[in-house]
Design a protein around this ligand. Structure first.
Ligand SMILES: [Zn+2]
Ligand SMILES: [Zn+2]
Length: 288
């Protein structure tokens, strides 16, 4: 059993125990359905991603040490110097870096470079000086390497693929409902970016890096179609507006979705729940 399996089993076991506890409570409150409902709404839900428990386990500690080493490597890595554009020979500047992990190979950091003239293709180098070679996406008509650019226009993610030789063009659009951003993970599941990065490394969730050409911006998106059965439709995790009356005035606030439903039931068909733990207010207090 590898680390990841152990991790998962441990998490599942804990969420099961916690679910049992809640079921008993539900049973006791059954006679007073109305009260139970009020309780469910009042109950504060916190998502946790397990780190706090896993600290107990020595193996997991080593695993966390490894993550810390990776963070340090990421922070300290320096880009190779004097890299030039292959098209116009200008010196290119590093724009962003990414941790690069490969099976049975030492971790490295990859630096992306941009040419001031926006020449394509871009170049990318590892911290040890090796140039990164992208798997080419070839034109099905003439075999030339396709050029791809993506743009997030605020509503849709538009990816345009063009062949520089035969003029083959393909445009694909994805609307905001079809993916979760890192911000969505944070705001809807309380999953912070180090955890999310870890999930990506472990293959729990699949990310796509979107390059917004011309802006030098790179971001990760998590398509629902790439993560079927793991991510729910976004409509299920939408926050809701609540009006409360206080001091003779109506106050409008937005509350996260899990204040209105039991997340374990609401998202029971989605594997993300295997990696989250729901803690009620009382339990949260006890653990402080
Ligand atoms: Zn150039
Ligand atoms: Zn072509």
């Amino acid at each position: 059993m590898d680390l990841y399996d152990r991790h998962t089993v441990e998490l599942c076991r804990q969420s099961e125990e916690s679910a049992k506890k809640i079921d008993l409570k539900d049973e006791a409150d059954k006679e007073e359905a109305a009260r139970a409902k009020a309780w469910a709404i009042k109950m504060m839900m916190y998502f946790e991603t397990g780190e706090r428990y896993l600290k107990k386990d020595k193996t997991i500690r080593e695993w966390m040490d490894r993550d810390q080493k990776r963070d340090e490597l990421y922070e300290s890595a320096q880009p190779p110097e004097d890299i030039r554009c292959l098209i116009c020979r200008n010196r290119v500047t590093p724009t962003f870096k990414e941790l690069w992990t490969e099976h049975e190979k030492p971790d490295r950091v990859l630096f992306m470079f941009d040419c001031i003239n926006k020449c394509l293709p871009r170049r990318a180098f590892f911290s040890d000086g090796e140039e990164w070679r992208r798997k080419p996406n070839l034109c099905t008509r003439c075999g030339t390497e396709l050029e791809e650019s993506s743009e997030d226009n605020g509503e849709k993610l538009i990816t345009k693929t063009t062949c520089p030789v035969c003029q083959y063009t393909d445009v694909s659009e994805k609307d905001k409902e079809s993916w979760y951003s890192s911000y969505d993970f944070q705001s809807r599941f309380n999953v912070k970016s180090p955890t999310l990065r870890k999930w990506v490394r472990q293959g729990i969730v699949k990310a796509r890096t979107i390059t917004i050409y011309g802006k030098g911006v790179h971001m990760q998106v998590y398509l629902i179609e790439d993560n079927k059965d793991f991510l729910p439709p976004k409509s299920m995790t939408e926050s809701r507006g609540v009006t409360t009356r206080r001091d003779g005035k109506d106050w409008f606030t937005t509350e996260p979705w899990y204040r209105f439903v039991d997340p374990r039931i609401h998202l029971k068909d989605y594997r993300i729940m295997d990696h989250l733990r729901v803690v009620d207010e009382k339990e949260e207090e006890e653990r402080k």
